[in-house]
Design a binder for this molecule. Structure first.
Ligand code: NAD
Length: 289
């Protein structure tokens, strides 16, 4: 089966591949090399990284090694908390581009709502106007963070990348994003591989009916909500499996059954007041080059 690069449009008309590939926690050099070259071979062109993941350089290398033109790829990175601020964010952007070996980014996100994020946004608006970023947005922003940002912004954020999976459907934020024409991108779309979720009997029943796996059903549920997904895997078999989600549809009853699994349970950090702690940021600075 050929890889389908279906896209969704950001408010400025830029097309974003709805299925991307997340590279968080693929840290061992050899594993990273094999995973990315295999992902590219399978057909993935949209890659999601961040300064804090420490693998921008390795991703840039693999993209260059592929021999494919730069414009075939959609590359996202994120500015970390310690680089928020006007000058610091412009500098962080330059460093990220250098590591990725690119002149511009397809998407650049503020990783967390944290001190100096409004000044960082001003830098991002400027970089966008200079044509250096195609889509500017945020990650882990709650409604109150978005309201505050939009009150000060000249250009509203075009996307919000947030934890989303069937047990944490983010219904209120999803509705808010739709109302404001901000795209919803799911991180942890497979619940970060949570075993209980991937073996959930209701999801298993739906998957069996469609001759699909639970992971494919979950990813399809996201697509039908209009969400962009960036599942991560180092296994070629799973990468392929995660890409075969465009050849079936869930009925409205099935969508509703999956919606019923929402219990508001985060598997990861609550972005309000966790990562923004100054001591945490100081510690992180020691680890990030
Ligand atoms: P995920 O939901 O993509 O789950 C990844 C795990 O699921 C893998 O480790 C693997 O064990 C398992 N998996 C993958 N495919 C599978 C399949 N077909 N069957 C069974 N298990 C499968 O979680 P994630 O990696 O945390 O999120 C995806 C991407 O989102 C990251 O790589 C990163 O790029 C991004 N992310 C962003 C933030 C943020 O703060 N903005 C936070 C976390 C992750």
């Amino acid at each position: 089966m050929t890889f389908e690069n279906r896209t969704v449009k950001a408010i400025n008309g830029v097309e974003i591949p709805q299925l991307g590939f997340g590279v968080y926690k693929i840290t061992k050099e050899k594993e990273f090399e094999t995973a990315i070259s295999e992902a590219i071979r399978i057909g993935y062109r949209h890659f999601d990284t961040a300064k804090i993941y420490g693998n921008e350089e390795a991703l840039g290398r693999e993209i260059q090694k592929s021999g494919l033109p730069r414009e075939d790829f959609f590359i996202t990175s994120k500015v970390w908390n310690t680089d928020l601020g006007y000058k610091a964010t412009r500098k962080a952007f330059e460093q990220t581009c250098k590591k990725l070996k690119v002149d511009n980014l397809d998407m650049y996100l503020i990783h967390f709502a944290a001190p100096n994020d409004l000044e960082a946004w001003r830098a991002m608006e400027e970089l966008y106007s200079e044509g250096k970023i195609k889509v500017i947005g945020v990650a882990n922003f709650e409604i109150q963070h978005l309201e505050r940002l939009m009150k000060h912004a000249k250009i509203p954020p075009m996307i919000n990348q947030i934890e989303t999976h069937p047990e944490f459907a983010q219904n209120d934020l999803h509705q808010y994003l739709n109302q404001h024409q901000i795209l919803h991108e799911a991180w942890g779309p497979l619940g970060q591989g949570n075993k209980a979720l991937l073996e959930h009997p209701e999801l298993k029943r739906i998957a069996d009916y469609h001759h699909k796996t639970v992971a494919q059903v979950i990813l399809r549920w996201h697509l039908e909500r209009g969400i962009i997904v960036i599942p991560k895997s180092s296994s070629p078999k799973r990468m392929k499996e995660n890409s075969q989600i465009f050849d079936f549809e869930l009925t409205s009853d099935e969508m509703e059954q999956i919606n019923q699994l929402n219990i508001g349970k985060r598997y990861s950090v609550n972005p309000t007041g966790y990562m923004i702690h100054p001591i945490y940021n100081k510690l992180m600075k020691l680890f990030i080059k």
